[in-house]
Design a protein around this ligand. Sequence first.
Ligand code: DC
Length: 223
Amino acid sequence: MSFVVAIDGPAGTGKGTITKIISEKENLLNIDTGAMYRCVALQCLNNNISPKEEDKIKEVLENIDIKLEFIDGNKKVFLNGEDVSSKIRTPEVDNVVAIFSALKCVRDKMTPLQRKIGEGKDVIMEGRDIGTVVFPNADVKIYLDCSLEERARRRYNQNKEKGINESYEEVLASIIERHKLETEREIAPLVKAEDAIIVDTTNMTIDEVVNCIEKIIDKKRIK
Ligand code: DC
C-alpha cells in the first residue's frame, strides 16, 4: 500500500523547505515536480528554443532524462546526467518556467512521469496540480497559501543569500506575473483541490507549518 501526500500551492509559500523536513520526519520520498518543469525550461533556454517552437520542445522532451536524488540529505537534480541543482533556480529560469510549464506537450510528458516516480511508494509530492491532476486520490492534500507580498519578501531574501541581485519590486512583479500565468492557464491550473486543506503560511513559522501538516498526516496514516 502506498501513501501519498500532495502539497500544492504557489511559489514562495515555503513548499520546498516544508516538504523536505516532512519527508525526512515521516520517511516519505520527496518529489519536487517544479524541479522537473525547471529542467525542461533550462534545456530549452540552453538550446535557444522559444515556447512557441513546439516541434523543438517535443524533441527536447523525447530526449530528456531528469533524475531527482538525495545526496547527504541534499536534494540534487540531474538533467541528462549533469547536476543542474543551482542552474534551474536562476532568475532566467524563474522568468520563463511558467510559460513552458503551461504547454500541453510539456505536461503530457511530465504528469505520467511524476505518477511513475511515485507509484507504489510512500511519497510527498509538491507542485501545483498534484492533488487535482497527478494524484487526485492522494491520502492527504494540502494547499499552502501565502500573501503575494510575503512570498516576494521570502524569494527576495533567498535570492540575496544566493548572491542574486534583484530588487524587491522586481521580485514582486515576477511573482505576480507567474501567479497569473499559473492560475489562469488552461491545462492543470493552480487551484485548490476540493478536498484539500488550506494552510495559510503568511504569519506562520516553518516549524508551525510543519507541525500543522504533520498532525494532518498522522491522523490519516497508520504507521
Ligand atoms: O515550484 P517551482 O517554483 O519550482 O515550480 C516551477 C514552475 O513549474 C512554476 O512556474 C510552476 C510550474 N509547476 C507546474 O506547473 N506544475 C507543477 N506540478 C509544479 C510546478
